[in-house]
Design a protein around this ligand. Structure first.
Ligand SMILES: Cc1cc2nc3c(=O)[nH]c(=O)nc-3n(C[C@H](O)[C@H](O)[C@H](O)COP(=O)(O)OP(=O)(O)OC[C@H]3O[C@@H](n4cnc5c(N)ncnc54)[C@H](O)[C@@H]3O)c2cc1C
Length: 312
């Protein structure tokens, strides 16, 4: 189907883009990569009167390390994250392991991280990363700039803190130091389909003891969530140096945390091919797997921080 008729503007600056949004409000839509918007318009689930194409806006394609974080401009495409060198250390590894789960190469060549966060699909991988790592999202509107923590940004499926007159201008992801091991694990029904469940983990391990944990979940609720209860259960846990997977031992801190994430942190919705109980089981399996992989990743990179590495 063809989209319904709409007006189209191509601003050259953020100010012009925001001005165009302010004129039309809820009836305007930003066009970034178009990988979600165009389909919605063609299905006529989304009927904007004005499309504000930001692809020629100056200064939105930056990707730079600054003030302890990776600043990602609103026009940075998914594919920019395919190399682990996109950010130093564990953050680069985590982003490159995440992005390969998003659709397939032609879509990754056009779609943007900011567009994904704006679209706010509960199964989107970048949502789990943003919430899991405590990212900040910069919104610009007629009243100026405001920074929103990712944990406060998502309100539900396709509902966010971004007002109709505002746009995301950048996302800030905190850098992770070399004491952190990372993993991204996803289960989906078809090759390029959306995640049934996805899990992002960043685990700080010092001398075999977990001192900090970040666990972000996609499609485990009506929005991306951080598995706080599971994270807390891990702090202070001694995991030693034996991280081989699969080797789940009953009572291992990872398996306990996986159960807590599934039963306490996740609040899954029934899916066409999975009821709530099944979704919880997938959360438990994937969180356990991601924790083992993050610990292995930490072990593989032990010593990069100049420390003695893991206790053996
Ligand atoms: C076949 C297929 C498979 C896919 N699989 C996956 C997948 O596995 N995982 C996944 O996460 N995604 C998947 N996607 C979606 C893809 O990641 C999109 O690129 C992404 O959801 C939207 O990014 P975009 O830049 O294309 O945004 P657009 O499609 O241009 O915009 C999407 C929405 O966000 C708004 N928007 C865009 N940028 C901004 C901004 N800067 N500020 C405010 N609002 C903005 C638009 O107005 C629109 O409402 C898939 C898409 C397709 C077509």
């Amino acid at each position: 189907m063809k989209p319904a008729a709409f007006d189209y503007v191509v601003p050259g600056t953020v100010g012009e883009a925001v001005g165009a949004l302010a004129e039309v409000g809820e009836r305007a839509r930003i066009l970034a990569g178009g990988q979600s918007l165009i389909m919605e318009m063609r299905c006529r689930r989304c009927l904007p009167e004005l499309v504000v194409d930001i692809n020629r806006v100056q200064g939105l394609d930056h990707l730079r390390v600054q003030d302890g974080g990776l600043q990602v401009g609103a026009l940075v495409r998914h594919r920019a994250f395919e190399s682990p060198r996109v950010a130093p250390g564990p953050l680069g590894r985590l982003l490159s392991r995440t992005v390969v789960n998003i659709a397939h190469p032609p879509i990754r060549a056009l779609g943007t991280m900011a567009g994904s966060l704006a679209w706010a699909h509960p199964a989107a991988e970048w949502g789990a990363i943003a919430v899991g790592l405590d990212a900040d999202i910069e919104l610009r509107g007629p009243a100026g700039v405001r920074m929103i923590a990712a944990r406060d940004y998502f309100h539900g499926p396709h509902r966010t803190e971004c007002r109709p007159q505002e746009m995301i201008t950048s996302v800030r992801l905190p850098l992770l130091d070399d004491t952190v091991g990372v993993a991204f694990v996803e289960h989906r029904r078809t090759h390029a389909g959306f995640a049934q469940i996805a899990v992002a983990v960043a685990l700080t391990v010092l001398d075999g003891v977990i001192t900090q944990a970040f666990i972000g979940l996609a499609n485990a609720a009506d929005r991306p969530v951080r598995a706080h209860a599971a994270e807390l259960s891990l702090i202070g846990a001694e995991i030693g140096a034996s991280f081989s997977y699969p080797a789940p031992l009953d009572g291992h801190p990872f398996d306990r945390a996986a159960g807590i994430a599934a039963e306490g942190d996740a609040d899954p919705c029934a899916q066409p091919y999975a009821d709530v109980e099944y979704q919880r089981q997938v959360v438990a399996v994937l969180v356990g797997r991601a924790l083992y992989q993050a610990a292995s990743d930490r072990q593989a990179h032990a010593g990069h921080d100049g420390s003695a590495g893991e206790r053996r």
